[in-house]
Design a protein around this ligand. Structure first.
Ligand SMILES: [Zn+2]
Length: 180
């Protein structure tokens, strides 16, 4: 995953801004924290903007270059295998093709690779099986589906008491409510 060619290089003289980080050069809506000592003279990135998905990388503190790759925001639906408890997790794909391979990558990441603490926003998750505690329980939730964040109509975010979309409708999960 390389960065853009030199002529595409942008932009920001990090020597001016290194102490606290830099704002996304594309949209200015996301601030990257940047600790110059930890990247002293070395390649870093690509790091992706949470707001617009643009990727940035660079060398040391010399400058920021636009990455060739771009991050597209997604929502992933996970399910408790024991009952109908669903979780919606904001995620993303890099240069997505929306194919089965990426679906498998999402499934692998959420079912096998990552601990639930990484997406639940909690300090710990402990699974006790046969009396033994597992403080790093992977595969607790089943992967169901991924949707593009920009496929959800904006008005969906402005309806209802909570201002959230009808997530079950977004993911095509039938409920008694949706069946009317
Ligand atoms: Zn941005």
């Amino acid at each position: 995953m390389g960065c853009g060619a030199k002529e595409a290089a942008v932009v920001v003289d990090l020597k001016q801004t290194v102490t606290l980080g830099f704002d996304c050069p594309a949209c200015g809506k996301h601030r990257f924290s940047y600790v110059p000592e930890s990247h002293d003279g070395r390649r870093w990135g690509p790091w992706y903007c949470d707001a617009c998905g643009a990727g940035w990388c660079g060398t040391g503190t010399d400058m920021v270059e636009a990455a060739r790759s771009r991050r597209v925001a997604t929502y992933v639906l996970l399910k408790d295998p024991a009952r109908d408890l669903y979780l919606v997790v904001r995620s993303g794909r890099t240069d997505p093709k929306w194919d089965d391979e990426e679906r498998e990558q999402d499934r692998y990441f959420f079912e096998e690779h990552t601990c639930p603490t990484n997406f639940l926003g909690v300090d710990a998750a402990v699974l006790i099986e046969n009396g033994w505690p597992d403080p790093d329980p992977h595969g607790v939730f089943k992967y169901v589906a991924t949707v593009r964040a920009d496929s959800i109509p904006v008005e969906e975010f402005n309806t209802g008491m909570t201002g959230h979309p009808d997530w079950m409708a977004v993911f095509g999960i039938k409920t008694k409510e949706s069946e009317g």
